[in-house]
Design a protein around this ligand. Structure first.
Ligand code: URA
Ligand code: URA
Length: 196
């Protein structure tokens, strides 16, 4: 199966109740040959509306991390989420919420197959849901970030979610959490040999 086939399957998915309230399925985007993959939590309002991952405020911060921090083009990496449809409180489309365990389980086949098809050298998990899912743990991001882990032979670097950075100090300034993310990205740069 190709990534395009898998996307077609996901676009028609009704495996969990999020199918009933989504505007669009947000499959993921980027290069099929990406050496680096980012995995977030799930679509928010802007992503649900556009069908593209990480395009809202958190997405703009992620794009800056990729382009200004790692010095890569956004289209050369791959960006996906644990769940492909937007979870909101009571399905009302107002307040975002983290995906529930049943939703993560229902959606997990898509992410697992995306990873298998792309086979990146490095995965960066953003925040708790993607980190816990890939590393099969209930441990928190604060403890797991900054160190290399492994998923099916692929190096995994967990780091803070850009939404968390925005909630804790906002866009401006050099907060301790931002410094942590930058230190994590430096390890990714080194692992991929992106230094010159
Ligand atoms: N360089 C790329 O072109 N893509 C990646 O994913 C990582 C490094
Ligand atoms: N937050 C996520 O985790 N994923 C997105 O696609 C957008 C915001």
């Amino acid at each position: 199966m190709s990534l395009a086939d898998l996307k077609q399957e996901a676009l028609a998915c009704t495996l969990c109740r999020l199918a009933a309230t989504r505007t669009q399925v947000v499959f993921g985007e980027g290069s099929e040959k990406a050496r680096l993959m980012f995995i977030g939590e799930g679509p928010g309002k802007d992503e649900d509306a556009s069908g593209r991952p990480f395009v809202g405020r958190a997405g703009q911060l992620l794009t800056r991390i990729i382009e200004n921090g790692l010095k890569l083009k956004r289209e050369d990496v791959y960006i996906a989420n644990v769940v492909k449809c937007r979870p909101t409180v009571d399905g009302l489309g107002k307040k975002d919420r983290p995906p529930e365990a049943t939703e993560v389980t229902a959606c997990s086949g898509y992410l697992r197959r995306q990873i298998e098809l792309i086979r990146p050298e490095v995965i960066v998990t953003l925040g708790n849901p993607s980190t816990r899912f890939l590393l099969n743990t209930t441990e928190g991001i604060t403890k797991l970030r900054g160190k290399w882990h492994e998923y099916n032979g692929i190096a995994v670097m967990p780091t803070y979610h850009p939404s968390f950075l925005l909630r804790n100090g906002g866009d401006a300034g050099n907060t301790p959490y931002k410094r942590d993310v930058w230190n994590d990205m430096k390890q990714v740069i080194e692992k991929l040999g992106l230094t010159d």
